[in-house]
Design a protein around this ligand. Structure first.
Ligand code: IPE
Ligand code: IPE
Ligand code: MG
Length: 258
């Protein structure tokens, strides 16, 4: 792996470090199985990786980090695994909230939170309230989240506004709908990372990832390190983002339609 010099890192930060990184943290189960352990041991190890990666993103000055922790489809897993995941979610929150707050991290949760046990819902609200004025890393945890849920919830809110006479159907545009989906207040993810080797989106941020750069790594989430993240950043730095335009336009050698 290429090791940047201090000056190199600075140059990269100014030029091409992503502002918003979204990660599907996959591979906990396989990590555990490979060690002859139960799947929940993989989830515990994965929670430690979350801590390290969040800390590192703070150090690198990343503006926003969105982590897929539990999908709307993960409820279909065996009941004991779901229970372990809920307990881990709750205990991690209890242990980490204060520390994140001290580090100026703002926490947000996105997903169908009414699906969670009451006690957990309460903790999510408390953590959001505690950290809401923090201006450091914007940390978003997607839990009981699905991209289709996100878009359909947004559509329903717009339909309600139309029904109430506050919005006309012709005012429903990509821009307007984009204001209703999760994390509308943040820039869309620049870089998407999926660990664990699968090359699919699995119903993560379908709307917000429209022009995100995709990066897949075989590294299992519990094994994922800041050096692996740096490798993804380096790969990202080499991409040309065209947003539908030509290379010449992006490089400023040719302008767009008048
Ligand atoms: C990701 O790891 C964590 C969750 C989905 C909650 P997995 O549990 O999906 O791990 P694999 O894909 O089975 O290895
Ligand atoms: C996606 O991983 C969800 C999370 C990592 C939270 P899955 O392991 O659930 O995805 P599939 O089932 O392999 O598509
Ligand atoms: Mg998986």
């Amino acid at each position: 792996m290429r090791r940047d010099t201090a000056a190199g890192v600075q140059g990269q930060a100014a030029r091409s470090l992503p502002e918003h990184v979204a990660i599907i943290m996959d591979g906990n189960g396989r990590w555990a199985r490979g060690r002859g352990m139960a799947r929940h041991a993989g989830h515990r190890a994965g929670a430690k990786t979350v801590r390290k990666i969040v800390e590192y993103c703070g150090q690198r000055g990343i503006h926003a980090l969105t982590l897929f922790a539990f999908s709307s489809e993960n409820w279909r897993r065996p009941r004991t695994e779901v229970r372990v995941l809920m307990e881990l979610f709750l205990s991690t929150l209890d242990r980490e909230s204060e520390r994140l707050h001290r580090n100026n991290v703002r926490l947000r949760f996105m997903g169908a939170r009414e699906d969670f046990p009451r006690r957990l819902q309460q903790r999510l609200l408390e953590a959001e309230r505690l950290t809401r004025d923090n201006s450091g890393l914007q940390l978003n945890i997607a839990a009981s989240y699905g991209g289709r849920w996100d878009i359909s919830s947004a559509a329903r809110r717009l339909a309600e506004a139309v029904q109430a006479g506050a919005l006309r159907p012709e005012e429903i545009t990509p821009e307007r709908l984009g204001q209703e989906v999760c994390l509308a207040e943040l820039p869309e993810p620049d870089l998407f990372i999926r660990t664990g080797g699968e090359r699919r989106i699995s119903n993560f941020m379908l709307w917000q990832l429209a022009y995100t750069e995709l990066y897949f790594t075989p590294v299992l989430w519990p094994d994922f390190t800041p050096a692996d993240l740096d490798e993804a950043f380096s790969d990202f730095a080499g991409r040309e983002r065209r947003f539908g335009q030509t290379s010449e336009q992006v490089e400023g050698r040719e302008s767009g339609r008048a």
